[in-house]
Design a protein around this ligand. Structure first.
Ligand SMILES: NC(=O)C1=CN([C@@H]2O[C@H](COP(=O)(O)OP(=O)(O)OC[C@H]3O[C@@H](n4cnc5c(N)ncnc54)[C@H](OP(=O)(O)O)[C@@H]3O)[C@@H](O)[C@H]2O)C=CC1
Ligand SMILES: O=C(O)C1=N[C@H](C(=O)O)C[C@H](O)C1
Length: 276
């Protein structure tokens, strides 16, 4: 490790399930320094971010709901700063724009951005020549599953996606399932040509069509964390790819990599596979 100044990092959504995990990971990364912890939850205001994350020692960084002043503060650091965002689909677009406006590089795990919003943010980041990473899934296992699915899609014409998550998840389908379907749709063929005329006796029974005929089904249950199956079918065979998350720690190597990589970028990049 060199003597370089640590990367100043602001965590947005610091009191959430992912935010707490990110704070623990940053506290253990010698090349990073937590400079701000934002969260809107009223009962966590003023609490120490480290203690809330379960660290034995306080980090002396209190949780605040003041994003803009914190971005302004981080922009005064010697090193360019990074904002990690794990908040909510309703706020993430504005959070990214604010960070870029202050010259702070966003590393975004929050899902639920529309394609139009992502396009708009890409133009905004381009104009500001500022790196921005939007990563629907930070786990290496999911990148490998998606790569395997792309290979399989060359040989199978029928595929459906099932994603299963905890029931506190705000958006459906998951950002990962949408990205997986996009990757398959980019293969340049139409999947799942119907061989009978189908009638849905209950609306939604056949899931939602993401593009090129690819259907996504969303399951929400307590007891789940994050899981995805991509199921290919052909006469006489089924090929199933499945990824299971058993601990949110699985996302942390990807988050730390993204914090380091975003400083080298001058535009918006979408997907962990692009920075590996
Ligand atoms: N890319 C990836 O690999 C992963 C992505 N995710 C995504 O990350 C997001 C967060 O997930 P998770 O941590 O499980 O969710 P949580 O609800 O546990 O955490 C979100 C936190 O952000 C707070 N919050 C909400 N709005 C704002 C805001 N405008 N500014 C600051 N803080 C805010 C929430 O407070 P309050 O509860 O009071 O609203 C909460 O404390 C989701 O979109 C999820 O899909 C999750 C896991 C992995
Ligand atoms: O909300 C979650 O938990 C997760 N959200 C992301 C998504 O929507 O794809 C990533 C992972 O599935 C966990």
């Amino acid at each position: 490790m060199t003597n370089q100044t640590p990367i100043p990092v602001v965590v947005n959504g610091a009191a959430g399930k992912m935010g707490r995990e990110v704070i623990k990971a940053i506290a253990q990364a010698p090349d990073m320094n937590l400079v701000g912890a934002i969260d809107t939850t009223p009962e966590h205001q003023g609490k120490d971010a480290g203690e809330l994350a379960g660290l034995s020692e306080p980090l002396e960084i209190p949780i605040t709901n003041q994003l803009e002043p914190m971005l302004a503060f981080a922009s005064q650091e010697k090193q360019p700063g990074v904002m990690v965002d794990f908040t909510h689909p309703d706020s993430v677009y504005d959070n990214i724009r604010s960070a870029i406006a202050y010259g702070i590089r966003p590393v975004v795990g929050t899902t639920g951005l529309s394609p139009e919003q992502i396009q708009d943010l890409a133009e905004f980041a381009d104009k500001a020549s500022t790196g921005c990473l939007i990563i629907p899934n930070f786990s290496i296992g999911m990148v490998l599953l998606q790569q395997a699915a792309v290979v399989a899609s060359q040989y199978f014409d029928h595929v459906e996606i099932i994603e299963l998550h905890h029931n506190q998840k705000a958006d459906a389908p998951s950002g990962t399932a949408i990205q997986t379907a996009q990757m398959l749709a980019e293969m340049g063929k139409v999947f799942n040509c119907a061989i009978v005329e189908e009638t849905e006796k209950l609306p939604g029974a056949r899931g939602s069509v993401a593009g090129e005929g690819i259907r996504i089904h969303s399951v929400r249950l307590p007891g789940l964390i994050a899981h995805q199956e991509v199921i290919f079918g052909a006469p006489g065979q089924i090929y199933t790819l499945r990824h299971d998350t058993s601990d949110r720690a699985c996302y942390m190597p990807g988050v730390l990599l993204a914090i380091r990589k975003v400083l080298q970028l001058k535009s918006l990049v979408y997907g962990l596979e692009k920075i590996l």
